[in-house]
Design a protein around this ligand. Structure first.
Ligand code: HEC
Ligand code: HEC
Length: 228
């Protein structure tokens, strides 16, 4: 049996230890927030983008950081997934990219507003979320069946980006030309130059310069060259 003073001591030590631990963990968490959220990158453009996001109720259809509605794709990692050029073209005229599919509202934002939204997506995408959202990506896109004798699987980037503007065997967007048989029209060197910078070949073209690594571009060139 504890005496009264032992019980008091037990209570006091227990309380101090637990409160101390609680305070330590709270402070530790608060100290980690700025690095995890990369708060140094919170530019005025990011803030304006967030305001546009709130005012236009994008969450009525989308989720970001897992919050919102489940009608449209989760957008936390959209910057990494699609890249800024793609997002810009998409927001300008969403329905042109996905004709006849679910529809995203056409907002008639100005170029500056779209830049702010993109800045906001970039910042959100850089938050350290301990692996959220889990892979495989929720928006892996359309998979293009290849009915030709030799089945060719499109590289991941094709389904993430190209399919929004180009059709193959009748599936995909129609902002750009269908890519069936592009390997007979264009050689690998041309395709490589085209994907590196379309405007360098054709000034004013509607195909944006897309964020592709050298390896991704090479895979795409091999894939396109095989479309005969
Ligand atoms: C009425 C529902 C709706 C609202 C509101 C909406 N979207 Fe969308 N959004 C969609 C749908 C549906 C898609 C899927 C693409 C499609 O099929 O058109 C989409 C796709 C997107 C994509 C491309 C995602 C991807 O990886 O393919 C972006 C970026 C985007 N929306 C941004 C926004 C922003 C920013 C707002 C607010 C200003 C917004 N959306 C408001 C329905 C909506
Ligand atoms: C935002 C829409 C858009 C996206 C995304 C897009 N393209 Fe294009 N693409 C176009 C348009 C528009 C053209 C026609 C350009 C012109 O003639 O000015 C084009 C042309 C092309 C051509 C030339 C075709 C020909 O017959 O000469 C190839 C090849 C091509 N795109 C491949 C790709 C690949 C691969 C991707 C993905 C990495 C991609 N595109 C993503 C819009 C897009």
């Amino acid at each position: 049996m504890l005496t009264k003073s032992q019980a008091r001591l037990f209570f006091i030590i227990g309380t101090v230890l637990c409160a101390g631990t609680f305070l330590f963990l709270t402070v530790d968490t608060l100290l980690k927030v700025p690095t995890q959220t990369r708060s140094a990158n919170l530019t005025p453009a990011v803030e304006r983008g967030k305001e546009i996001w709130d005012k236009n109720n994008c969450m009525g259809c989308h989720t970001i950081l897992g919050e919102g509605a489940y009608y449209a794709p989760e957008l936390t990692k959209v910057y990494e997934r699609r890249g800024p050029e793609w997002i810009r073209v998409f927001i300008k005229d969403p329905q042109a990219m996905f004709p006849g599919e679910r529809k995203m509202v056409k907002y008639n934002f100005t170029d500056d507003q779209i830049s702010d939204i993109i800045a906001y997506f970039k910042w959100i995408g850089e938050i350290d979320l301990n692996g959220f959202p889990p892979k495989p990506s929720l928006a892996s896109g359309v998979t293009v069946p290849t009915g030709t004798t030799a089945k060719i699987t499109p590289p991941e980037k094709y389904n993430q980006i190209c399919v929004a503007c180009h059709a193959l065997e009748g599936r995909g967007g129609n902002v750009g030309p269908a890519l069936d048989g592009v390997g007979t029209r264009r050689d690998a060197a041309y395709l490589d130059r085209w994907l590196s910078d379309p405007a360098a070949i054709k000034p004013g073209t509607a195909m944006p310069k897309l964020p592709l690594t050298d390896a991704e571009r090479k895979d795409l060139v091999n894939f396109l060259s095989a479309l005969k």
